[in-house]
Design a protein. Structure first.
Length: 261
């Protein structure tokens, strides 16, 4: 019983300290998650001074994306053209495994690559059967893509992908961090070609306005927010202390009636 009181006291202190951070997140949500504008009243009010008019940007249209920086993802439809070998022209989808299949090259990775990177890959493989091939890749249609947010956020789940979306924006759209979230060690997982890459992000400094996000997410990326040690301690208290304690008696209950005394 002596362990419970200090742990509960520390948890209460941590929740109190997290209040300012939560207010900062809410301000960033209203201001489009830009730390530089989060405290600007004009931005927070939105058009016509009505906060309710501020909305979440919708999924991008084909004409809105930058085809030089956008990374292909499963479900995208692309046109692969060979100007000097038009018989090899094809329109193909990026399959769920991230690959495309062309008659002249067979299967090759496309998911996670930009248009230019895919063009270079096709040229390299097509050169085995074609002499000095020239390749042009154009995105014909975009699939509806998602990114996934889990861990210590208010509402874990997916977010519709938008060009230029950052990990913090995705977290904010799922309700923001919980009070026990470890904001300075957020795990970010992405796929580039056949490789899965993971890194730790310090989003606490972004929320505090001390730095800017430098990562733009790609479709099917994953953001996972771990618990702080106080959050883990609270789970431990739930599992090993609160769960073992008897129910607190109601006022006026005769304790002698319990256990047949």
């Amino acid at each position: 019983m002596r362990v419970v009181v200090p742990l509960i006291a520390i948890a209460a202190l941590a929740m109190a300290c997290g209040g300012a951070s939560r207010q900062r997140q809410q301000s960033m949500m209203l201001a489009g998650t830009d730390p530089q504008t989060a405290n600007n009243p004009e931005v927070l009010r939105g058009p016509g001074g009505d906060v309710s008019q501020l909305g979440v940007p919708s999924s991008p249209k084909l004409e809105e994306i930058d085809q030089f920086t956008y990374r292909l993802a499963p479900g995208d439809l692309i046109d692969v053209k060979f100007p000097y070998h038009p018989e090899e022209n094809e329109r193909v989808p990026v399959r769920p495994d991230g690959q495309i299949g062309l008659q002249v090259t067979g299967d090759l990775p496309a998911g996670g690559l930009t248009v230019k990177e895919l063009e270079q890959s096709i040229v390299k493989k097509a050169s085995h059967t074609l002499k000095d091939p020239v390749v042009s890749v154009v995105i014909a249609a975009l699939a509806e893509h998602k990114v996934y947010v889990g861990g210590d956020v208010i509402k874990p789940g997916f977010v519709n992908f938008r060009e230029g979306m950052t990990p913090l924006q995705a977290i904010i759209e799922r309700g923001g961090f919980t009070d026990t979230a470890k904001q300075d060690e957020v795990l970010y997982i992405t796929r580039i070609g056949d490789e899965i890459q993971a890194q730790r992000l310090d989003l606490q400094s972004v929320v505090d306005g001390d730095s800017n996000e430098e990562i733009a997410m790609t479709p099917d990326d994953i953001v996972f927010v771990p618990k702080t040690w106080i959050g883990k301690a609270d789970v431990w208290v739930d599992q090993w202390i609160r769960g073992l304690l008897p129910t607190v008696p109601r006022p006026g209950l005769d304790l002698n009636s319990l256990g047949g005394f």
